[in-house]
Structures are given as C-alpha cells and as structure tokens.
Ligand binder design. Structure first.
Ligand code: AFP
Length: 338
C-alpha cells in the first residue's frame, strides 16, 4: 500500500514553511499555488468548456486577449487581492497597476504574466505563468520599479503534460514542484535544480524569423551554432516558460535579443526577464542582456523604467553564451567575464 500512496508527501506548503520563517510569504506562495491550480484546470478544460479563442479585447502590450488570458488574470488578481498579503499588483493584462484596498493590504508587490505564450493555447501547446515578488516600501508602483536585485522571490508555472511550479527565493536554490492531481497539491519533485554544468544539450532556441533584424554578432553566433562540427539542434516553442524550462533542464541557449525592429527586445522586464534571470542564475546559468543600450549587462540588474517595459534576453551556460560573447568581441564590444 505504501508503494502506491505517499504517506509523507513533501508538499509545497511544507517546503515553504520549513524554508522561510515568514508567514506572509507562506500565505503568498500558497495563494499563487491556488491560482496555478485554477489556471491549470481552465487550460485543461479549454476545449470542452469552449474557452479557446479571443475575448475581443487588446491587452497592455497590444496583444489580442484570449478568453483564457482574461480568466487566468481574474483568477490571479482575485486570489492575490483577497490573500491579505499583497499591496500592489502588476499584470501583463492590465495597462495600470492594481492597488489592493487598504483593509486587505499586506507587504508584497507582485508582477505577473498570468498566461504567457497564450497565442499557443488554441493548438494545445504549453503555456505558463511567470511571477516576481518585491517587498512593499511606499505602497506605490515604485516598489516594483526597482533593480532585479531587490526581487525576493521569482518563479513560473508550466501547464503542459504536467503542471509544474519552479521558483526560487532571493539568493536561494531553485526548486521544482509538480501538481499531483490525485491530492490536488504541488509536490516537491526537483530538489536544488542546476543548469547542466557542461552546457548540456547543444540546442539553440530563438525566433529565427527575426534573423534579418539582428545585429551582426547575433547572426554570426547563430550561424556558428548551426555550422559547428557538431551542429546544434533548433528548438523553439514560442512560450517562454516552455523554452526556459527546457533550457534549465536540458541546457543549451535561449535568446530573444534586442534588434533593429525591437531595440529593447520583445520580452517584458518585470514579469518575464527579471524572474527568469533569477531562476537561471541561481541554478548556475547566465542571464545576459546581450548588447543593450551600449553595453552588455545582467538582466537581473536591470531596473525597469515602467511596469510594462521590455528587455533583451540571452540565457544559457558559459559554453553557449561564450560563443555569443566571442562574436561581440570580434566586433569590438567589451564583454563581461564568464
Ligand atoms: P504570447 O503570450 O503573445 O503568446 O507571447 C509569448 C511571449 O511573450 C513569450 O512567451 C515567447 O517566448 C515570445 O513571446 C514569443 O515571441 P515570438 O512570437 O516573437 O517568437
């Protein structure tokens, strides 16, 4: 019987309670986990519940909102507002920040993309939620417009063949939890996740349709990936959560660089760049901006100048980020030490 039933389930709540003495942070993570269960359920039932398709609105970033985008957003906002531990919320789906009513306010500010990659949803390709957490200072949006170095917790949840939550506390390890549908709990399945130290699988991941817009060093590096003695495989889902989850587990490199068409890149700094950078770095990888506004820096050190601002992203291990840096060096660009 004990082979089939876990009599000592290492749940998310247990992990969080054991690893932080902060009760409000425990409530926050449980609240987030509840929203992820709700979103997973909606994504899983999208076909039968006729949730595919557009809601008829355009979101803060100019994308058409899907019905599931709207639902996922409502699920997260309702859960976080009523948690009693949040103060300011920023969602990809809302142009303006959301201020929690004073009687329900707590000490956290949370930025999130409730359903990232949702243009993939109607054909059942993986989607995910990404979040970053900051501590309240003045209770305004400025609390979120701070360096990624001030982010106290970051993570993502992927809705795919399994629902999996990966998160890290500032300066901590990266931990993975799978939703066990038989008990409705996230169970600790990946302990101290590490980016493969040898760089892992030789995979490059990017939207190569943007090739003509890229700077020469990025074009050269991608050509090098393809033409090396052992050519890299191309893998690109177009859902950041899926592409980063694969990169973290298998290795390789994921890039969405700044280019002539999008000088700041495409991805959103607060709820895509910074949280993913924290996870990649704390798992032992590199999260670089590539050449951005005249220099190459760490995504995790960026300070967003507005809640929906963008940033370029180059994420991988030293083996592959090094190939990109060498291409920059050949064009006279100073590169950080790896
Ligand atoms: P959607 O949520 O509109 O599908 O955008 C997804 C996303 O923000 C990120 O998850 C992907 O990695 C990236 O955009 C894909 O962008 P391209 O379609 O330009 O490749």
């Amino acid at each position: 019987m004990s082979e089939k039933f876990d009599v000592d389930a290492p749940t998310l709540s247990r992990y969080v309670m054991q690893n932080t003495k902060d009760h409000e942070l425990t409530i926050l993570l449980n609240t987030l986990a509840t929203s992820f269960k709700l979103i997973a359920s909606a994504v899983g039932r999208a076909g039968v519940a006729q949730l595919y398709g557009l809601a008829g609105e355009v979101n803060s970033t100019g994308d058409d909102q899907k019905k599931l985008d709207v639902m996922s957003n409502d699920m997260m906002i309702n859960a976080l507002v009523h948690s009693g531990v949040c103060c300011v919320l920023v969602s990809e789906e809302n142009e303006e920040p959301i201020f929690v009513p004073p009687e329900k306010q707590g000490k956290f500010c949370v930025a999130f993309d409730p359903l990232d990659g949702s243009s993939n949803i109607d054909c059942n390709v993986s989607v995910g939620t990404i979040f970053s957490v900051f501590e309240k200072k003045e209770g305004t949006v400025n609390d979120l417009l701070r360096s990624g170095a001030d982010c106290i917790c970051a993570g993502y949840c992927t809705y795919s063949s399994a629902t999996e939550l990966v998160f890290t506390f500032k300066g901590g390890t990266v931990e993975g939890f799978c939703l066990d549908p038989t008990i409705g709990e996230f169970v600790h399945t990946r302990v101290d996740m590490k980016f493969p130290s040898d760089g892992g699988k030789r995979i490059y991941s990017c939207n190569e349709g943007n090739f003509v817009h890229w700077d020469q060093p990025i074009k050269d590096a991608v050509e090098e990936f393809k033409n090396s003695a052992k050519p890299y495989s191309a893998r690109y889902v177009g859902s950041m959560v899926a592409d980063i989850h694969r990169t973290l587990l298998y290795g390789g490199i994921y890039i969405y660089p700044a280019d002539k068409k999008s000088p700041k890149g495409k991805l959103r700094c607060l709820y895509e760049g910074i949280p993913m950078a924290l996870i990649i770095e704390q798992a032992g990888g590199i999260a670089s901006t590539g050449l951005f506004e005249g220099k190459i820096g760490r995504v995790a050190e960026l300070t967003p100048d507005s809640i929906h601002c963008k940033c370029p992203i180059i994420m991988g291990g030293p083996r592959d980020v090094g190939i990109i840096y060498n291409c920059y060096k050949k064009h006279g660009v100073e590169t950080p030490e790896l």
